[in-house]
Design a protein around this ligand. Sequence first.
Ligand SMILES: NC(=O)C1=CN([C@@H]2O[C@H](COP(=O)(O)OP(=O)(O)OC[C@H]3O[C@@H](n4cnc5c(N)ncnc54)[C@H](O)[C@@H]3O)[C@@H](O)[C@H]2O)C=CC1
Ligand SMILES: O=C([O-])CC(=O)C(=O)O
Length: 313
Amino acid sequence: MNRKKITIVGAGNIGATLALLLARRETADITLVDIDEGIAKGKALDIMEASPILGFNAHVTGTADYADTANSDVVVITAGFPRKPGMSRDDLLFKNFEIVKSVSEQIKKYSPDAFVIVVTNPLDAMTYTALKVTGFPKERVMGMAGVLDSARFAYFISEKTGISVENIKAFVIGGHGDDMVPLRKYTTISGMPVTNFLSDEELSEIIERTRFGGGEIVQLLKTGSAFYAPAASILEMVIAILWNKRKILSASVYLDGEIGEYYGASGLCVGVPIVLGKEGVEEIIKLDLSDEEWQQWRKSVESVRKLVEKLPL
Ligand SMILES: NC(=O)C1=CN([C@@H]2O[C@H](COP(=O)(O)OP(=O)(O)OC[C@H]3O[C@@H](n4cnc5c(N)ncnc54)[C@H](O)[C@@H]3O)[C@@H](O)[C@H]2O)C=CC1
Ligand SMILES: O=C([O-])CC(=O)C(=O)O
């Protein structure tokens, strides 16, 4: 049986880390694409040279030629600029728009049946760009952010409570910006409300830290942004699709129709709970939010809308 084929566009920090994680799980053969061919080829070869030690049989190849990506099952877009200290994700809008637009045209041409996972920032606007430029069905185009934001929320809770990360289920929705919406009610420790373990004040501090979790890493690294946890988050989404897990997770998806009206966010891509499986976005789940959470949600949606309206699409 032929292995599945995954293309990762952008062989930078996230792309290369993801290639290694995917190869180790033998999920598929992987094509790393970058405008810098040497980076793509060099990192692919470096990963393959680790295969006898780590014991994986997946093939990783590097290229600058999209013809090599033909008929991919999943394409992950990580191509683009990361922010530096002092910048917001939104400052990347126009530079990364041009990149995501040109990448999406190539995906449409060479892998018309692929699932597309967008990672490039500003995430929700870039997901919308990929959806519009590829013209793919909305079930096949999604942005990764909620898995990462929820993982940060879970890690901070684990750090504070001293309880294993394995017991913590945390959930963050909204746009991937400083006004994202971490949800108290849907965050549990071994099925028990998180509020049984943390005071309101402790939880508020953790929520604030989660909102600025990306910025915290940017401040520390100085030269770019987070990549280990982002790559792990993409891995979870790729596996949910390829192995038909029907996993509930938070992802940025296009909202319209009844669900768009429910969330008051029609015509946008923004982070909501979805069921992710072999058909891609198989369901979008309606959440019952508190008044305060609806207010935060609407603010976050407004930020995404303002950004999307600036796109020359
Ligand atoms: N969605 C999320 O939760 C997260 C998103 N990000 C975003 O992901 C993106 C990538 O981050 P890193 O991997 O750290 O950046 P990086 O700078 O390490 O890698 C980006 C790569 O894209 C390549 N590239 C640029 N234009 C290209 C094009 N037209 N075609 C193919 N390749 C191209 C560059 O040569 C570079 O190798 C950034 O926009 C960053 O803000 C970062 C962390 C989390
Ligand atoms: O903060 C950034 O620029 C990168 C990112 O989206 C994250 O780490 O959440």
